[in-house]
Design a protein around this ligand. Structure first.
Ligand code: ASP
Length: 349
């Protein structure tokens, strides 16, 4: 071997050992992919609607972010590959069980879930209630498909992995990370059908933000979550059926009768204003409750609390929007039918 070759060889050896040493000190983060626009592709770089959701695999998503390997050692798993309108209770339970089994391992520091944005908040809130670990769990997605100019998926995935790798992210409940913001699954919702900065909360659901890819945490949520809830899904195969019925002028009680006829165990009312019920539906709400169905009043207004009001039958959904109230009611009904206990859960979680 001449000197030049020996030098190259030594350089290669030392570079390899530097890389190995770095990998050994990086946290191990598991990426679980479920589909959505972040994994979507369109025929042209300008097409941002009408594309196919859930095409790219978990491995391909990670490969699209060149520097991501400097943040964490990543493993990739495909739990589903669907638009999030097609995420069902079975996928929720499979995903949550997998998250819990990964987080129970000493060598795993955190989990990132990629997901369609349409129902991302429902999955994130479900995990917020059933994950049994303080380790960070971050849900992310994108509004533009992977093929679009200015696709937001790679940046959101890098930020999600960065937050999931950060020891300061522990114990904050499940987080939603997109567009430089770190939000709580309890409070953050999709607020606009098309805008890139769609995820928001009118009542301060942000835990912090990312600046220069560094998480800057500001707050913790007061609502109980993860290890503090009574929900154990480890042996659960099904969730009780809960429907949502929308309130509007001249609404109809027969929607409640239909839900009862289809064996709903719970009904969430997306009520007008602060969860008010019209004279057209109150008799049907009472009929449903007499049949043993648990009814929860929430608001279709987008934010705000549902106050107690004896004129309206049903439990109070607190400040949960109807879709998150449905998630909590399914879990509550999996452990109890006691109205007082369920009401307490709505005020605590
Ligand atoms: N339809 C897509 C979904 O929720 C939208 C998105 O991911 O932005 O899967």
């Amino acid at each position: 071997m001449n000197i030049f070759n020996a030098g190259v060889c030594a350089a290669v050896l030392s570079f390899t050992s530097v890389v190995d040493a770095m990998a050994a000190t990086l946290p191990n983060v598991a990426v679980l992919a479920t589909g959505g626009t972040i994994a979507g592709t369109a025929p042209s770089a300008t097409q941002t609607t009408g594309y196919q959701s859930g095409v790219l695999t978990a491995q391909a998503l990670i490969a699209s972010v060149p520097s991501i390997g400097q943040v964490a050692n990543l493993s990739a798993e495909q739990v589903a590959n669907v638009g999030s309108d097609n995420v069902d209770n079975e996928i929720l339970l499979t995903l949550a069980k997998r998250v819990n089994s990964l987080l129970a391992r000493d060598d795993i520091s955190g989990v990132v879930i990629t997901h369609g944005t349409d129902t991302l908040e429902e999955t994130a809130y479900f995990l917020n209630l059933v994950v049994k670990s303080d380790k960070p769990v971050v849900v992310t997605g994108s509004m533009r498909p992977s093929t679009a100019i200015g696709a937001d998926g790679p940046s959101n995935l890098l930020q999600a992995v960065t937050v999931a790798s950060d020891p300061q992210a522990r114990g904050r409940g499940v987080m939603i990370v997109l567009n430089d913001r770190i939000g709580s699954a309890r409070f953050i919702s999709k607020t606009d059908a098309n805008a890139l900065d769609t995820f928001g909360s009118s009542e301060g659901g942000y835990l912090g933000r990312l600046v220069n890819q560094q998480p800057r945490f500001e707050t913790r949520v007061a609502r109980e979550h993860t290890t503090a809830t009574p929900f154990d899904i480890s042996t659960l195969e099904h969730l009780p059926k809960v429907d949502i019925i929308y309130g509007y002028q001249n609404d109809n009680g027969y929607m409640f009768d239909a839900a009862v006829a289809h064996q709903a165990k719970g009904i969430v009312i997306a009520g007008v204003g602060a969860g008010s019920e019209s004279r057209f539906i109150i008799p049907a709400v009472k009929r449903a409750m007499e049949q043993g169905v648990t009814v929860v009043r929430s608001s279709r207004s987008g934010s705000g609390f549902v106050p107690a009001d004896e004129a309206y039958p049903g439990l109070l959904g607190d400040s949960l929007n109807p879709q998150k109230a449905r998630i909590l009611l399914m879990l509550a009904l999996s452990v109890t039918q006691d109205p007082a206990r369920i009401q307490d859960m709505f005020h605590r979680f």
